[in-house]
Design a protein. Structure first.
Length: 328
């Protein structure tokens, strides 16, 4: 597979997952403010910006409200992390990689992009919930089309790899935003809802709401597809399938595999009762590993240098001739 196509599929997976997760987090935050009159809009807004890694815009340095923050996180095209920008970037990557994506996948992304302006106008008139639901529905449709129309080859592995790494990053950010909260805080329900895990969590733990169990579920659960451990294992499996020379006698040969394998081992053998101990440093370490893994993947698969680079052949030849003449 061409490096540019592999990179496009990888970033399609990341951008679609980023838009979906951001829409989920924003939707839950807006509902929380509507349902809970004691919630502080400014604190919620700052938590959202911090969780998503978006710097405070200069014109919003004063008092924040959810409406202005939604404009930044959902619709702003200036910082590259908004929902609209993520969908736009996913579409651009798909347009440049038509030969390795199915027609249904392209039509889904293109239709989603073309419908953004209308949904944005409706959001400003009727409220943001419909816009968030639109993004979540289209993200689910794209994931289903990718799973049902792509061959299980290298292209699918790159798409799934991008989706898994972005999911790790977003779930880590979500937990980091609540890492300092009390164990009895109702905000842990917000974490579950933002991750799409509320119903599954209640069925798993028979309705018991406890911060330790919530972090254990989001961080370590083997069966829930949006848990951090599940995403790490999925990304590691994709890298193993992409390895052209597997079964090395000395273990992982590539940096990305080594990083993910180390993270997976640490999570796999962590005692569940200790998940709240040093939670913040552990989550930041996972975030650093995710960033380093992405850089290692880019160096290994996407940024291949040509075998011979004739950039200054004429200059070097002239200089060589002059040098020879001087010596003679």
């Amino acid at each position: 597979m061409l490096a540019r196509n592999a990179e496009s599929l990888y970033w399609i997976g990341r951008y679609v997952e980023r838009a979906d997760d951001t829409a989920r987090i924003l939707d839950v935050a807006v509902h929380q403010l509507l349902e809970d009159s004691t919630a502080d809009p400014e604190r919620t807004s700052r938590l959202l910006l911090r969780a998503l890694g978006i710097e405070m815009p200069e014109d919003l340095e004063g008092e924040l409200d959810v409406k202005s923050v939604i404009e930044v996180i959902a619709f702003d095209r200036n910082h590259g992390l908004s929902i609209v920008d993520s969908i736009s970037q996913a579409r651009e990557n798909a347009r440049g990689a038509r030969e390795v994506t199915s027609s249904e996948m392209w039509e889904c992304l293109n239709t989603t992009y073309n419908g953004l302006a209308e949904r944005e106008r409706a959001s400003r008139r009727l409220g943001p919930h419909e816009f968030f639901r639109y993004i979540k529905d289209r993200g689910a449709m794209f994931a289903g089309l990718a799973d049902s129309t792509l061959s299980r080859d290298d292209g699918y592995s790159f798409l799934l790899l991008g989706r898994s790494l972005e999911r790790i990053d977003m779930m880590v950010r979500l937990l980091l935003s609540r890492a300092g909260d009390r164990t009895s805080s109702p905000a842990w329900v917000t974490v579950l809802r933002s991750a799409g895990a509320h119903d599954t969590y209640l069925r798993t733990y028979r309705g018991a709401l406890d911060a330790t169990l919530v972090v254990e579920f989001i961080l370590l659960d083997r069966l829930f597809p949006r848990s951090i451990f599940h995403a790490v294992r999925e990304a590691e499996r994709c890298l193993q399938e992409l390895d052209q020379r597997p079964n090395s006698r000395v273990g992982a040969r590539h940096e990305a595999q080594r990083l993910l394998g180390s993270a997976r081992s640490e999570l796999e053998f962590m005692p569940p009762a200790q998940v709240l101990e040093d939670l913040q440093p552990r989550l930041k370490s996972l975030q650093d590993i995710c960033r380093a893994t992405s850089e290692a993947i880019a160096l290994q698969y996407f940024h291949a240098a040509p075998w011979v680079a004739w950039t200054d052949a004429g200059t070097r030849a002239d200089g060589f001739e002059a040098e020879v003449e001087g010596e003679l």
